[in-house]
Design a protein around this ligand. Sequence first.
Ligand SMILES: [Zn+2]
Length: 445
Amino acid sequence: MSMNKKYIIKAVMLLLLTLAVPKLYAQEDTPEVKKTVIAGKQYSQEVSAIAGKSVVKKALQTIVDLQPQTLADHILLTEIPAPPYKETVRAKKFAEMLKAAGADSVWTDTAGNVIAKVKGRKGKKTVALEGHMDTVFPEGTDVKIAHKGDTLYAPGISDDTRALAVVLTVLKAMKKNEIKTDADLLFIGAVGEEGQGNLRGVRNLFSSSGPGKIDSYIAIDGTSVDRVVHRGLGSHRYRITFKGLGGHSSGAFGLANPHNALARAIHYWVLDADKFTREKGVRVTYNVGVIGGGTSVNSIPFESWMEVDMRSESQERLVGIDKMLQDAVQKALAEENQMKRLGPNLTVDVKLIGERPSGMEDPSIPFVQRAIATASFLQASPSLGVGSTNSNIPISKGIPAVTIGSGGKSGGAHALGEWWLDDKRAYVATQRAMLLLLTEAGMSK
Ligand SMILES: [Zn+2]
């Protein structure tokens, strides 16, 4: 085979790989084996009893009847852009819709979360049902829906706008049938779930400026009605910038070069991180995602930066790989400064741009059992999973939380080609969300 041919084959294979990998893993934080689980008998019985109440039966049917309205809400909200930190327009509309759906009170908190409250009979406990309003797409992204057959294409349509439509429909179905629960209920549209948002919405909900104590938290994210996320995949994200004087490549030759320092930092980190991630133990991953800096080929850059991401379900492992990064950065800085022939030392700025705590719930706690039992009751095949979602915050604080799906089929999350399809069973996820909410909130009458 000629060298040329070899290169072409290699290039084609690389291209195929880069095309295939995001499709395989875009939706999942961790590739995991799906294993169907069943709930303890008492929880299955509890769910059957709630679902058997005549008002609940009617509400389950209302959800079926409301399908066209759910879709209309879904489309309307998808077509209101909600870039990171710019959720206000969508939030305003969502608040109006919650009000119209019959919530007792609706308000927007200091972070921008939209919160609707429905008072319970006893009000000793509060259960929240939430979808996130933000998307990953920047301002100016075309969010108009394209219909191709039955499939709807639009950025943000599945992640997570479908969840907002589900939250609305659950509220409508409960109000229409005058369902009352023991606990107070919160129906929430959260801001800042995605990347740069760094879970700022849900952090606010569980802070002193939140709506008060929340006892159980249901986040709706992703579409699968089978998946019960009860573990939070933690992450640390940094933007690291080496800074120097910069100058002419020939005239100022000998100045410390920020790019060289960055390259050293990546090199040392990856050497250690590679060993660490191959060791036995809880899975931990690392990635240099973006690098930048520099002005022209004949200029010594004045800065060089990278953005990196590390993830693990284990806080200890996360801290371990983070320390390797910090050490590599300092070592790189010292070496580059030692090698310079003139000018000032380089400096480095290490900025934490994202931190999601990890955590794990015992699958035997009642809330997780109820999440499993409600899915089984509706003929789904529940499996336990890990995710990096709004539930990370309550889970890390020891507050019962699960992330469940919004229904239908979807793909291309975080890509312009994101799509959603009603597989004719999408309503089941809405029924499930309502059943879980009712079971957790209690219906003693
Ligand atoms: Zn999401």
